[in-house]
Design a binder for this molecule. Structure first.
Ligand SMILES: *[C@@H]1O[C@H](CO)[C@@H](O)[C@H](O)[C@H]1NC(C)=O
Length: 306
C-alpha cells in the first residue's frame, strides 16, 4: 500500500467514512433490523456457552446461615458390606451428611487457625495445597513433606505450646463424641485415624498431584481406613477466600457447603459421599480434616508436643 500526503481540500479518511455511512443511510430500517438480529444472535450464542459452563448447585449450608444442627440422609453405598460384621455397631447403618455450627466456638476456631498458620509458616507447598499433620509431624514444603518436629530442632525454635496441643485434642474429642452421638455408635468403637491434618489452600497452580484438591473423590477409597470424615472450617468463604466451597457430587444436583469459621461438617466416608473442593479464585482457605475409623488396628494416638 502506498501512502501520500493529503492535498488541501481533499476529504480526510474520517470524512470519507462518514460520507459512505450517509450513503448507506438510505436504507436505515433494513440496517437497524439487521443489526438488531445480529445482536440477538450473539446474545443467544453467548448465553448457550455461559449455560454450558455454569454449573447448578443445591446449597446444604450457606455462609449466611447459622446452623445448630442439620442432618441430610443419603442412602448408604455398598462399600461397607464386607465390614459390617467385623466392625459391628460402628459401620453406618444410616449414611448422611451433618452440619453443626456450634460444636466448636468461633474463638476456638480462631485459635486453631493461629496454630495452623504458625506451623505452615515453616513450610508450604510450591502448589496450591499444603498440609500440617501434628500426629506424624508431616508438613508440606516445596514439592515434598518434611517433619516439622525435626525442623523445629534444627532451627532450635519452639513454635507450638502445650496449650495448642491441649486445644487441638479437646476439639478433636468433642468432634468424636458428636459423631458417635449422631450415628449411634458406642464411644469405644470409633477411633481417630490418619491422615488427620490442617489444610491450607491457595490459588497457586498445582505442582504435584497433592496440590489438586478439586478432583471428586471418595475418602474411603482414597484413604482406606476412613469410615467417618469430619471437616472443621477455620476461615470463611467470601471474605477470607473466594471459590473453595465444599461440593458433594450427586446424581441430580451437586450440593455445596460454604466454609465458615467454626462450622463442623461430617459425613460417612463411602461413595455415597463423593466430593471435591472448588478451585479457589482468591485468598487462602484453612480447615482441619479429622478422620475416624471403626478399625482399631488403624487407630492413631493423640498428638504430643515433641
Ligand atoms: C457435579 O460435579 C461433577 C464434578 O465436577 C460434574 O462432573 C457434574 O457435571 C456436576 N453435576 C451437575 C448436575 O452439575
Amino acid at each position: 500500500m502506498t501512502t501520500r500526503r493529503r492535498k488541501a481540500g481533499e476529504p480526510t479518511a474520517q470524512k470519507r467514512e462518514a460520507h459512505v455511512q450517509e450513503e448507506e443511510g438510505d436504507r436505515p430500517y433494513t440496517r437497524v433490523l439487521l443489526q438488531g438480529a445480529l445482536v440477538i444472535c450473539s446474545l443467544l450464542v453467548i448465553r448457550t456457552f455461559v449455560d454450558f459452563e455454569e454449573k447448578e448447585y443445591g446449597q446444604l449450608a450457606t455462609i449466611n446461615e447459622d446452623i445448630p444442627h442439620r442432618f441430610i440422609e443419603v442412602g448408604c453405598s455398598s462399600d461397607y458390606d464386607k465390614e459390617k460384621v467385623m466392625f459391628k455397631g460402628c459401620i453406618p447403618s444410616i449414611c448422611g451428611r451433618v452440619i453443626m455450627d456450634h460444636i466448636v466456638t468461633r474463638e476456638e476456631a480462631a485459635k486453631l487457625l493461629d496454630v495452623a498458620k504458625k506451623g505452615l509458616s515453616l513450610g508450604g507447598s510450591n502448589g496450591g495445597a499444603s498440609i500440617l499433620d501434628l500426629h506424624s509431624g508431616a508438613l508440606s514444603k516445596g514439592d515434598k513433606f518434611v517433619d516439622i518436629f525435626s525442623l523445629q530442632k534444627t532451627k532450635s525454635i519452639n513454635i507450638f505450646t502445650e496449650d495448642d496441643f491441649k486445644l487441638y485434642t479437646r476439639v478433636k474429642d468433642r468432634i468424636q463424641h458428636t459423631i458417635t452421638a449422631e450415628f449411634g455408635i458406642p464411644r469405644e468403637k470409633l477411633f481417630l485415624t490418619n491422615p488427620t491434618f490442617f489444610s491450607q489452600m491457595t490459588t497457586k497452580p498445582a505442582q504435584t498431584v497433592h496440590d489438586e484438591y478439586w478432583h471428586p473423590h471418595v475418602d474411603k477409597e482414597t484413604y482406606g481406613s476412613f469410615h467417618y470424615t469430619s471437616l472443621l472450617y477455620l476461615s470463611e468463604y467470601g471474605t477470607d477466600f473466594k471459590g473453595g466451597r465444599f461440593v458433594f457430587v450427586d446424581k441430580d444436583i451437586n450440593k455445596t457447603v460454604d466454609p465458615k469459621r467454626g462450622r463442623l461438617s461430617f459425613f460417612t466416608s463411602g461413595s455415597e459421599n463423593l466430593h471435591y473442593v472448588e478451585k479457589l479464585t482468591s485468598g487462602t482457605r484453612y480447615a482441619i480434616t479429622v478422620s475416624f475409623t471403626c478399625n482399631p488396628q488403624r487407630a492413631i494416638d493423640d498428638p504430643t508436643l515433641r
